[in-house]
Design a protein around this ligand. Structure first.
Ligand code: OAD
Length: 261
């Protein structure tokens, strides 16, 4: 298949629409960009990205939590409140609808929000955990957390583990930590077995997640890449859609299943 690129306003090549429609198994990998139109900040967009305004090493590593648990917990409480106050957008909704059209759709996300689930997707593979979950930093005991809904990132002491007295931490994967083993295995298997891989809203710079695009390319999968910006994953794609996922994903759905329009 020849590589092509289009803006979000042009039509999808028939060959791609047919591949999607005939697929037995579609794998999808999403990143922060898919939740951007819901109002959740991405990490690396210039000016608005979280890592443009905060230092990852102060907030998203185990060492940072040990150094200043209240700083880290307060920041995640603020982000948790943002997630709880947003709604799924047209991109999340299109993926849930696509899953109803194919025998199998595996949705892999780097996102720690629950917007895919709230849009109707099930069995989502969360490579980087969930911001709505919490567990003890010391003993790992799951903690039933009730978000404080704080509207800023002020310091807040984390709850105390009822089992061991340790500090409770957010249920996300931090830099330097391993991905949940079973989730990663399932994601890799889905990419190996799928007919089409859709990648949406990720800068493709954080490994091992970013390696899934390379794996699909080596396996000669049809890859559809969706992002308003160029990324280093474009070179793997059979189709690059240059636009927001809230526009491009509904376009893909409508091209492959026009009866849903
Ligand atoms: P990034 O912030 O690195 O990348 C977001 C991507 O979304 C960028 O390439 C944007 O161009 C694109 N984007 C922005 N708006 C978009 C829209 N409306 N539609 C589609 N794309 C849009 O976020 P991730 O790639 O998800 O890790 O980052 C990967 C990981 O790095 C995150 O999971 C997080 C972070 O540190 C952990 O928390 C462990």
């Amino acid at each position: 298949m020849t590589s092509s690129s289009l803006t979000s306003s042009t039509s999808i090549p028939d060959e791609i629409a047919q591949k999607l429609r005939a697929a037995q198994h579609i794998a999808v990998m999403t990143g922060a960009g898919v939740s951007a139109e819901s109002g959740i900040a991405t990490f690396r967009d210039a000016l608005t990205g979280l890592w443009a305004n905060f230092k990852a090493e102060d907030l998203a590593t185990p060492q940072a939590f040990v150094r200043d648990p209240a700083l880290v917990w307060g920041w995640y409480e603020w982000r948790r409140a943002q997630v709880m106050q947003t709604q799924p957008n047209a991109g999340h909704i299109a993926l849930a609808a696509m899953a109803r059209q194919v025998p199998q759709l595996t949705l892999i996300t780097q996102n720690v929000d629950d917007l895919h689930e709230r849009a109707g997707s099930s069995a989502v593979l969360h490579l980087h955990g969930s911001i709505l979950a919490a567990r003890c930093f010391d003993c790992g005991f799951p903690y039933q957390h009730r978000a404080s809904l704080q509207q800023d990132h002020a310091k807040l002491a984390p709850p105390v583990c009822p089992e061991c007295g340790g500090a409770v931490r957010p249920g996300v994967v931090w830099f330097g930590e391993n991905l949940p083993h079973d989730v990663w295995q399932e994601a890799e298997r889905a990419v190996r077995e799928c007919d089409v891989l859709i990648i949406a809203g990720t800068s493709g710079v954080v490994y091992p997640a970013a390696g899934l695009a390379e794996l699909a390319f080596r396996k000669r999968k049809t890859i559809i890449q969706i992002n308003p910006q160029a990324t280093n994953q474009d070179k793997f794609a059979s189709l690059v859609m240059t636009g927001p996922s809230g526009v491009c994903l509904p376009q893909l759905l409508a091209a492959a299943w026009p009866e849903l329009r």
